[in-house]
Design a protein around this ligand. Structure first.
Ligand SMILES: NC(=O)c1ccc[n+]([C@@H]2O[C@H](COP(=O)([O-])OP(=O)(O)OC[C@H]3O[C@@H](n4cnc5c(N)ncnc54)[C@H](O)[C@@H]3O)[C@@H](O)[C@H]2O)c1
Length: 270
């Protein structure tokens, strides 16, 4: 498989390690990074991957390379600047920065692009699980979905919570955000992907309740959500270990993306 990657940060780097460990090494990897990161990314990719690898800095160059599958793991700008064009070119794309779809015009653009390219985009479960049950229960009539994202105070650095609280001094759990999934995804773009994933699978951005908590009592990223529907009531709680390179990202996200690739690798010789 020729794998395309938009962004080469923590998720992409860890993903390459997981693929190698699982014997699912791609035959070729093309990475699209920002122009100022080309040299550094080339060196990182060479350390992580001993096959045919190339680094490009323009969307057109990624499309021209014709990867079999592209994984966007660059953040909201990565979706806006590149993923839509890649889809329009007919290349199947895994969108990891799901929170970006809280921007309604961008969500519509992504849908249009996939239609125009006669392809599809895949939203991985990412940091959580149970999404299959939530989306399956949709026709039964979902009454409520409420999500609480709990992380150590340090994981909220660089977010609006940093300006409202002295995160280093927090001694008790503190709710830093309470609202709906759309507001959460816009105000906390790097931390609200789970809220966006639940919203898209269930009740939508306006009706999905979100609480974000800075908790000195936890060491991992705790994602907990409850669903009430006519067919069932359930609660899912996952304590994901933070990625060593980026404490905002649960390492479970990488395994979820890797699974999408394993599924495709079985369909074709790697
Ligand atoms: N779905 C989920 O559950 C979930 C969980 C965690 C993270 N995420 C998303 O995944 C994204 C990546 O996470 P990470 O931990 O790898 O972050 P990271 O900051 O370690 O890596 C992001 C990389 O993308 C690059 N980049 C940024 N803008 C770009 C652009 N416009 N074009 C090309 N490259 C660009 C950066 O230089 C960086 O190398 C996050 O921003 C977040 O939105 C999703």
């Amino acid at each position: 498989m020729h794998l395309g990657l938009i962004g080469y940060g923590n998720i992409a780097h860890t993903l390459m390690g997981v693929l190698a460990n699982e014997g699912a090494k791609p035959s070729k990897v093309t990475v699209l990074c920002t122009p100022d990161h080309v040299g550094e990314t080339r060196a990182r990719l060479a350390r992580d991957f001993d096959g045919q690898g190339q680094v490009v800095a323009e969307t057109g160059a990624l499309i021209d390379a014709m990867p079999d599958l592209v994984v966007e793991c660059a953040g909201h700008e990565g979706v806006r600047q590149h993923a839509t064009a890649v889809l329009r070119a007919g290349i199947e794309t895994v969108i990891v920065s799901i929170g970006s779809l809280a921007d309604q015009p961008l969500h519509e653009e992504v849908l249009d692009a996939a239609r125009a390219g006669s392809t599809r985009f895949i939203l991985p479960a990412g940091a959580i699980g149970g999404i299959d049950v939530l989306s399956a229960l949709k026709p039964s009539g979902i009454e409520a979905v409420s999500y609480t994202g709990r992380k150590p105070p340090g994981a909220w650095k660089g977010t609006p919570a940093d300006k409202m609280h002295d995160l280093d001094a927090l001694a008790v759990e503190t709710v830093i955000f309470s609202g709906n999934a759309r507001e959460a995804a816009i105000q906390y773009p790097k931390n609200a992907n789970v809220a966006a994933t639940l919203a898209l699978a269930g009740l939508g951005f306006e009706k999905t309740g979100v609480r974000l908590v800075a908790d000195p009592g936890v060491s991992g990223n705790v994602h907990e959500y409850s669903v009430r529907s006519a067919a069932a009531e359930f609660t899912v709680r996952i304590e994901g270990k933070p990625s060593p390179d980026n404490p905002k990202t649960s390492v479970t996200t990488v395994y979820s993306v890797a699974r999408e690739i394993f599924n495709r690798c079985r369909e074709q010789a790697i």
